[in-house]
Design a protein around this ligand. Structure first.
Ligand SMILES: [Fe+2]
Length: 243
């Protein structure tokens, strides 16, 4: 597999909109890091929460264009696309319908997060509502929810419901003695993870790593499965096709 064509579907790379890049200098640092990591397509997913001070989509589009221009100026062959990381609440469907909140790269896929201490019932019900409305929810950083830790059956039920699972690349990096990383890798091996993305906020906090994680996982994970997670599934988002 070519290691210079990764797609990062979960990033906070737009400058000054959330707790990610604070300004264009930090955005450029992240772009340079992404280049080193062989990332060719970046979906910017600033946080969106109903009732919060979300930046209007017009502003996000402007920033997307500015980042794209900055990348061109630096001779980077990278494509910047737009979405949101949606904090689930009852109003989120309306925000999607009105276009105030964004799907991933204008597809049927939405990146959804919940409070890390949220109950399993609320997560399951919330994802179910989004699926009924015709979206394909991707549960952001699924490994971080307390109610899903060491609860493989729950993850399987969420998948059977029709949702996808995203894991952060940083949660998989770690040696034999990192018990969490070992457990998270087991979930990947069992086919319970559809996407691995960086959830990068800057170059220190979860930097945009994709090549490192690919190299790390290719030692222990079936190559067809790894290719599907790292490459084929993200392409399905860009093509707006079911995985
Ligand atoms: Fe995020």
């Amino acid at each position: 597999m070519c290691t210079n064509e990764f797609i990062d579907i979960h990033t906070h790379i737009l400058p000054g909109v959330d707790d990610g890049a604070g300004n264009m200098v930090q955005t450029v640092q992240m772009l340079l890091h992404a280049k080193q990591q062989g990332i060719k397509t970046i979906i910017a997913t600033p946080h969106y929460a109903c009732g919060a001070e979300n930046k209007p989509v017009t502003v996000l589009l402007e920033l997307q264009e500015q980042v794209q221009m900055e990348a061109s100026r630096l001779n980077m062959e990278v494509q910047i696309l737009l979405g949101n990381e949606l904090y689930y609440s009852d109003g989120i469907l309306k925000a999607l319908e009105t276009g105030e909140a964004l799907t991933l790269a204008a597809s049927r896929y939405i990146l959804v997060e919940f409070s890390l201490g949220e109950s399993y019932q609320t997560i399951y019900r919330g994802l179910g509502q989004l699926i009924l409305a015709g979206y394909v929810p991707i549960l952001a950083h699924a490994e971080r929810y307390h109610c899903l830790r060491k609860k493989e059956e729950r993850i399987k039920d969420i998948i059977n419901l029709g949702a996808c699972i995203q894991m952060n690349s940083a949660s998989l990096l770690g040696g034999f003695f990192n018990r969490e990383a070992v457990y998270n890798k087991k979930l990947v091996k069992k086919g319970l993870v559809h996407f691995i993305a960086s959830d990068c906020h800057n170059t220190r906090h979860r930097p945009p790593k994709m090549k490192d994680i690919y190299k790390n996982l290719e030692k222990s994970i079936n190559s067809a499965l790894l290719k599907r997670i790292i490459m084929e599934n993200p392409i399905k988002i860009l093509e707006d096709k079911y995985i």
